[in-house]
Design a protein around this ligand. Structure first.
Ligand SMILES: *Cc1c(COP(=O)(O)O)cnc(C)c1O
Length: 371
């Protein structure tokens, strides 16, 4: 049996594309290719879905993060606190602003450990950048309390987590300015790249709208020097369509994850499941757990046709890119152990129950040899 990791052919199949085709034709006939009504419509719809006052769409999640950091005033020489196990873009965005990433270790949910934040604070810290890693909310209550106590801005990297929430409040609404991605392998995806910035702060929103589009107040006047970080209207049309299907996507992904949790619960010596705190709604961009003999398991599953993957085998502070930051092995033991043990099992909304059960079965078969 083949269990694919990538589901884009199914998600954007002909029958789905047929549905959006009339609007794509309309868009092309309109010639509204830079911002305009299709982008406005998607931003409004996204704002309503997330429950936030302002949404500023961007060309991708990484640039959304860079805009967020700049909007809260991160500048060259500053330090920004983030977590040691995340996608490269989280730290890359900090560096792109001329600032320095200061990592903290993970908790048992592969997420920023709030108890480690205060030891990473210095007089140069201007922002805390928690990550809703793999579709799973970070501990925003604790993180916001620490940030408020020290009067430091929070920027949420909610890139992989559209639709995730804590006690009914969406991620991307806790921090001052926050970023989402619509990369093809995020739960809300478009046919290419796309990003979103969310904020309830009027001043930040105004600056973001200007900066994203060359600082233009109108065709002939600019108030500030800006950049071009615009979302493509074609992607806005696709995004509107996928947003309508988010409740269903989230429902199926949660059901799949529950099936994995239950199916793997009887292997406590080999598989450690992620704790699922009450009130946290996950969207499972990735289904993650930590396992013994990870590399052998991944190889075995791949041989069985299951496209298991690793996100990621090297913690960020041990990457070559981080060598000037002064970290060494042993600095973040939890993140390092997770890098050795974490595995991603295909769990997207286009899998059949048979494919999930086959995966669970193969994991059992692999560990049987050690019993
Ligand atoms: C995907 C991702 C990003 C980057 O988003 P892009 O749209 O690919 O630029 C940033 N941070 C995290 C945690 C992500 O998962």
């Amino acid at each position: 049996m083949h269990v694919k990791y990538n589901y884009l052919a199914e998600q954007f199949s002909d029958s789905v594309f047929e549905k959006v085709l009339p609007e794509i034709r309309e868009l092309i006939a309109s010639g509204e290719f830079t911002l305009g009504p299709y982008v406005d419509k998607f931003e409004k719809k996204f704002a309503k879905y997330v429950g936030v006052k302002h949404v500023i769409s961007t060309n991708n999640g990484t640039d959304a993060l860079i805009l967020c950091l700049k909007a809260v005033g991160v500048k060259p020489g500053d330090e920004v606190i983030t977590v040691a196990n995340t996608f490269y873009a989280t730290a890359g965005a900090i560096v792109a602003c001329g600032a320095t990433p200061r990592f903290v270790d993970c908790n048992e949910r592969y997420s920023m450990d709030p108890t480690k934040i205060e030891t990473a604070l210095t007089s140069k810290t201007t922002a805390i950048l928690p990550v809703h890693w793999a579709g799973q909310p970070a501990d925003m209550k604790e993180i916001m309390a620490i940030a408020d106590r020290h009067r430091i801005a929070v920027v949420e990297d909610a890139c992989p987590s559209v639709g995730a929430s804590i006690d009914g409040k969406s991620v991307g609404t806790f921090g001052k300015v926050n970023a989402f991605s619509m990369h093809p392998l995020k739960p809300l995806n478009v046919c290419g790249d796309g990003g979103m910035v969310t904020t309830n702060d009027d001043k930040c929103a105004e600056w973001l709208r200007l900066y994203r589009n060359h600082g233009m107040v109108d065709r002939d006047h600019i108030d500030i020097w800006g950049v071009n970080n615009r979302l493509q209207p074609f992607q806005a049309v696709m995004g509107c369509h996928v947003l309508d299907t988010m409740p269903q996507i989230i429902k199926v992904r949660n059901a799949n994850a529950r099936r994995f949790d239950e199916g793997l619960a009887d292997l406590p010596d080999f598989v450690r499941l992620c704790p699922r705190p009450k009130g946290m709604l996950e969207v499972y961009q990735l289904y993650l757990c930590t396992v013994k003999k990870r590399d052998d398991l991944v190889k075995y599953l791949n041989e069985k046709g299951i496209e298991a993957k690793v996100h990621y085998p090297v913690a960020l502070h041990l990457q070559k890119a981080a060598k000037n930051l002064g970290y060494k092995k042993g600095d973040f033991p939890v993140a390092e152990q997770q890098a050795d043990e974490i595995v991603t099992l295909p769990s997207h909304q286009h899998l059949t129950l048979d494919q999930i059960d086959y995966t669970i079965d193969c994991v059992h078969k692999f560990y049987k040899q050690f019993n």
